[in-house]
Design a protein around this ligand. Structure first.
Ligand SMILES: [Zn+2]
Length: 343
């Protein structure tokens, strides 16, 4: 079995994926037609062209346009089913998906209804053999401060069985992580652990703020931590896991050369990391491709990649019993697959 065969077949985890970001341009085009939403493009080819990103502002515009096309129960069912089919195709067995209630309240069907539909589909999948999905409810920074107030009010009212954390998404520039501290404190008091996007388009100080001020247990991206040696030590000492997305970073950050990716220095510093896709069709990738690139272009060993994969269970936020069960299943399957060359 080649390394790539093993990476394709192995049971996988993914901790940094936006459920709304799994919608392809083809699906978005169909949604817009069905729901009579006027897109600012003349046809599908032009829409595909919009999915090529050279900066974060353009990315956020397309993202919000996509949220405005989700109008009916069938749309949300389709989004959840499309995501689940991709998990099954790639043998992704445990995932934490970011979901942004505020956008569904503002642009779509309503946050409560949207979450209810998605939760039902994800739970049904879990009960019929997997994959297992947990949800991170994100505050979108671009709608500060309303999005913070709305999201925490919403979370305080809920007892959703799949939500395991509050998160922070959206642009970083102009939105210091510390500004969101009051809502993160309220969410923590309501029982939600915290995670946050930081150190992607914002600098190392955002990563530190997310950990110190928001008490984030994991950081989405975090790659710009490499700008500050002290911060690397700080993250390693506290075992703050960073959910790194190689291809997303080559599109939206300064790190365009995969052979010189921050992930190498982060691992060297002792920081736990995971590999994820962020928004797969937006960046023309999938999780197998991220592992392939980490092996072939970054040069990580198969042993390191397996450790990274298990970090998804070590640093995931679901119940310990569930994560232990999956760890045992993963190890058994790794052996059955021949262990992976060198793994
Ligand atoms: Zn993200």
């Amino acid at each position: 079995m080649t390394d790539l065969d093993f990476l394709r077949a192995m049971p996988k985890t993914e901790l940094h994926l936006h459920l709304e970001g799994t919608i392809s341009p083809e699906t978005l085009w169909a949604l817009a037609e069905r729901n009579h939403v006027a897109l600012p493009v003349g046809g599908l080819d032009e829409l595909r062209g919009l999915y090529v990103f050279e900066d974060f502002d353009k990315f956020v515009k397309v993202w919000l346009m996509m949220c405005s096309c989700l109008k009916t129960e069938a749309d949300y069912v389709g989004m959840a089913d499309g995501y689940l089919a991709e998990c099954r195709r790639q043998n992704i067995r445990y995932a934490e998906v970011h979901f942004t209630p505020y956008n569904h309240e503002k642009f779509g069907i309503g946050a409560e209804r949207a979450l209810g539909i998605v939760t039902k589909r994800l739970l049904e999948a879990e009960l019929s053999g997997g994959p297992v999905t947990r949800i991170i409810a994100d505050i979108p920074s671009e709608a500060f401060p309303e999005s913070g107030v709305f999201t925490v009010d919403f979370l305080e009212r809920l007892a959703n069985p799949l939500i395991v954390a509050i998160g922070l998404g959206g642009p970083e520039k102009g939105f210091p992580r510390a500004a969101f501290a009051p809502w993160f404190e309220r969410a923590r008091r309501a029982g939600y652990p915290a995670v946050a996007h930081a150190g992607e388009t914002g600098g190392a100080e955002h990563v530190r703020e997310a950990v110190v001020q928001l008490k984030a247990r994991r950081i989405q991206h975090g790659v710009r931590a490499v700008e500050d040696e002290g911060l690397l030590r700080f993250l390693a000492e506290r075992e703050i896991c960073c959910d790194v997305c190689l291809t997303s970073n080559t599109c939206l950050t300064a790190f365009t050369d995969l052979g010189n990716q921050p992930i190498l220095r982060m691992i060297e510093a002792g920081i736990p990391v995971t590999l994820s896709t962020d928004d797969p069709p937006f960046f023309g990738t999938d999780l197998v491709n991220e592992y392939r690139r980490a092996r072939e272009e970054v040069g990580l060993s198969m042993e390191e990649l397996w450790r990274i994969n298990l970090n998804g269970l070590r640093f995931g936020l679901a119940d310990v019993g569930l994560r232990r069960r999956l760890m045992l299943e993963f190890e058994a399957e790794r052996l059955a697959l021949g262990g992976g060359k060198g793994a």
